[in-house]
Design a protein around this ligand. Structure first.
Ligand code: IMP
Length: 429
């Protein structure tokens, strides 16, 4: 059963875009299972930098089939823009890109409400302001509008009328003209529902058939495990299940259909938005990592907070996702740092935490327990063989493997597809 999940082990932005792009070459299907256009997968295609927010980056391979499964929230306007953008760049999506009919539709009022909460310091969590949380909120409140509902004119109008009444208080309080908003949504719906119709499918049936035919299926995560709604740094999380378990509920396949889980970890750590971040650096090194790693949000352009590698976080991710091996990315961005630190535990009051703590107090106030290692000075450009890496870079990787307890099988040392070191001739599917 050639099925593989690839997901981020930290707070997102681990460089999954490049890794998924690398693995997509070997896959037949690439399926996104959660999130929406809050994600930003950056990759280089034909020497041009592309950022995709919704459509899986596997779309750049002409023969692959790409899907957004039911657990994704879809902003039809944003989807249309992305499809047009791809077409302009000669990447055609017809007959090989599909969206799940039970995925939820993200509407302008979701974005408005996200912005209202983000502009209020009592509720701000540093979201991407794309409306993701409010859309999932409607889903859980059982008032959401699914793709299948969006395709039915009467149902759509009826549902938005009810939803606007439900949201009337907050919208009116913030001087939103709900009548004009409704009118705009109805006008857009006429165009957008027609536009998305050819892409709508039953994802569960499609994937079931593909599995029966022994097709290679890559499930791509967005965000990262520490942003998972249930296991992340709650409440500073996204509103979906980013972890491997999310694949089954989103796609409609049983857990025994998943063969392998690959985790992507950055050689250091970053996060965007508010929330605890034990290894955060406020000094020159944090700034160096931000500059070298171009650590600015792909969706919001916000500067990412940077810190040392956190073994507590990645070991936690390995456990909750049953990750069998890791890819380490952006090792090249650590070149030139004199002393590298690795966080091996947290200390809070007189306790040492080797497992990731659930308590928000501990997450907020714990301090890192570091190990130190000498850094590496030589550039990593052009290196494709592990043995050719500077000795201290090799030592760093070996130490991470030992501390995390799972092998690192790939190391990314640059943005381009070929800038990757294989530690093993692994069969991914
Ligand atoms: P939301 O997903 O927009 O609701 O934002 C919730 C949290 O997830 C915020 O801290 C965001 O910065 C973070 N987040 C959402 N998408 C991404 C991503 O693609 N990379 C990194 N962080 C993200």
């Amino acid at each position: 059963m050639p099925t593989l999940i690839v997901l981020g082990t930290q707070w997102g932005d681990e460089g999954k875009g490049k890794i998924i792009d690398y693995l997509a070459e070997q896959a037949d299907y690439i399926v996104r299972y959660q999130g929406g256009n809050n994600a930003g997968h950056t990759l280089v295609y034909k020497n041009k930098l592309f950022v995709l927010h919704l459509i899986p980056s596997g779309i750049f391979y002409p023969k692959k089939c790409c899907l957004l499964a039911n657990g994704v929230v879809i902003d039809p306007m944003s989807l249309k823009e992305e499809i047009i953008f791809l077409s302009k760049n000669k990447v055609l999506v017809k007959n090989r890109f599909f969206i799940g009919m039970q995925a939820h539709i993200l509407l302008p009022y979701h974005k408005i409400i996200d912005n209202i909460f983000e502009n209020n310091n009592d509720y701000k969590i540093g979201t991407t302001k794309k409306g993701i949380g409010p859309c999932y909120y409607d889903k859980v409140k059982r008032i959401g509008i699914r793709v299948i509902d969006y395709l039915e004119d009467n149902i759509f109008e009826d549902l938005i009328t009810k939803n606007l009444i439900e949201k009337e208080f907050i919208l009116k309080k913030n001087r939103i003209n709900t009548k004009a908003l409704k009118k705009e949504m109805i006008v857009n719906h006429k165009i957008l529902s027609k536009f998305i119709k050819p892409f709508v499918t039953d994802v569960s049936i499609m994937i079931e058939k593909a599995i029966k035919k022994d097709k290679k299926i890559l499930f791509e995560g967005a965000q990262g495990a520490l942003l998972d709604l249930d296991f992340g740094t709650y409440p500073y999380v996204t509103s979906s299940n980013t972890i491997a378990g999310g694949v089954c509920t989103s796609v409609g396949i049983g857990p025994t259909k998943i063969n392998n889980v690959l985790g992507v970890a950055k050689a250091y750590t970053t996060r965007v938005g508010e929330g605890p971040f034990t290894v955060e650096l406020f000094d020159k090194i944090g700034e160096i990592l931000r500059i070298k790693g171009e650590e600015y949000g792909a969706t919001t352009k916000r500067p990412r907070r940077c810190g040392w590698f956190d073994v507590v976080v990645v070991r936690y991710s390995v456990r909750i996702n049953n990750i069998k091996c890791l890819v380490l990315t952006k090792l090249d961005c650590m070149q030139g740092i004199d002393v590298i630190k690795i966080c091996v535990a947290y200390r809070y009051k007189n306790n040492i935490y080797k497992e990731f703590p659930a308590s928000r107090t501990v997450q907020k106030y714990a301090v890192p327990v570091y190990e130190e290692m000498p850094g590496f000075k030589d550039k990593l450009e052009g290196i494709t063989n592990f043995e050719k890496l500077p000795i201290n870079a090799r030592r760093y990787i070996k130490r991470l493997i030992y501390l995390i307890g799972v092998p690192i099988k790939l190391i990314s040392v640059g943005k381009k597809r070929k800038e990757i070191i294989k530690l093993d001739n692994i069969k991914w599917f």
